[in-house]
Design a protein around this ligand. Structure first.
Ligand SMILES: NC(=O)c1ccc[n+]([C@@H]2O[C@H](COP(=O)([O-])OP(=O)(O)OC[C@H]3O[C@@H](n4cnc5c(N)ncnc54)[C@H](OP(=O)(O)O)[C@@H]3O)[C@@H](O)[C@H]2O)c1
Length: 267
């Protein structure tokens, strides 16, 4: 799918992976809309992306706010051709230490924030017989990692949603894609690292560290080829392809890494 003259609507477009996607889309000639909560970050992002970038504030977990932002963006740039749902939060920690409210909020933003956007744009795309939607999951959406009890389920949920929706959209002209980034150098990762257990850091280090721009590149390369599942790097690709078969070995290996990290963290 070519991006030139397309309206690319990106939730979470003011930072990290969403911002890198916005820059690439604008450079390819797209009309870009960005949605996030903080107006100051959005203004900085708008200047960085350049062109006729449209911005609107909304909490994606509040459907009415998201719909208002989408309506304003469509007024400025026309119907959405490509939706990228990148807005997401992660607050790792030991299960017992994380309040239920964090589990609820993470599901509200990561899963329902994506669902509301899809519900809003897919019917129009289907009517027009063209369009693409991109869901941003995570390596933690393919395997439940130590310390990610509030986060992994939200990213697993996106996988189920993408797979079901892809099947329904066959033959409609609407392309469905899901991306599973490993650790990526963004403000979210820096924030996560503040509460991330030592065990989680030791385990996820195996996936390597990507730049947001590298994730944006593989995402748009995949979109151009109308791929369904994008798994950046071999560890996440192996997890996606052989996760079921490898699960017992992975559990054994990650449990051992967690034990060692815990032992070396002890004073
Ligand atoms: N970084 C990683 O290692 C990594 C790995 C795998 C998957 N991912 C996923 O990639 C996506 C982007 O993450 P990132 O690392 O690029 O994070 P980031 O740099 O923190 O950017 C997150 C973006 O989402 C927006 N956002 C957060 N909560 C929102 C809400 N309730 N409503 C609207 N916008 C909201 C933020 O702006 P405001 O705060 O102003 O709202 C910001 O624009 C997320 O879905 C994340 O789970 C990240």
């Amino acid at each position: 799918m070519q991006l030139r003259d397309q309206h690319v609507f990106i939730t979470g477009g003011s930072s990290g992976i969403g911002l890198a996607l916005a820059r690439r889309a604008a450079a390819a000639g797209a009309r870009v809309s960005l949605v996030a909560r903080d107006p100051a970050k959005l203004a900085t992002a708008r200047a960085a992306v350049g062109g006729a970038t449209f911005t609107a504030t909304a909490d994606v977990a509040v459907e009415a706010e998201l719909l208002a932002a989408l309506a304003a963006a469509e007024q400025a740039h026309g119907p959405v051709d490509v939706l990228i749902a990148s807005a997401g939060v992660a607050r790792p920690g030991y299960f017992e230490d994380v309040p239920v409210a964090v589990f609820e909020r993470t599901m509200a933003v990561n899963y329902f924030g994506t669902l509301y956007a899809l519900k809003a744009v897919v019917p129009g795309m289907r009517q027009r017989g063209r369009g693409a939607v991109v869901l941003v999951s995570s390596g933690a959406g393919l395997h439940g990692f130590f310390g990610y009890t509030p986060y992994s389920p939200t990213k697993f949920a996106l996988r189920g949603l993408a797979e079901s929706l892809r099947a329904e959209m066959q033959g409609t002209g609407v392309h469905v894609m899901i991306v599973y980034p490993p650790d990526t150098d963004t403000p979210q990762l820096a924030e996560e690292n503040a509460t991330k257990p030592a065990e989680t850091k030791a385990i996820t280090a195996g996936g390597g560290l990507w730049t947001a721009d590298a994730i944006a590149k593989v995402t748009f390369d995949g979109l151009a080829r109308r791929r369904f599942s994008i798994t950046p790097g071999w560890p996440v690709t192996a997890l996606a392809w052989f996760g079921g078969i490898l699960a017992p070995v992975l559990r054994w290996s990650f449990d051992r890494t967690a034990r060692r990290a815990r032992a070396s963290a002890k004073p």
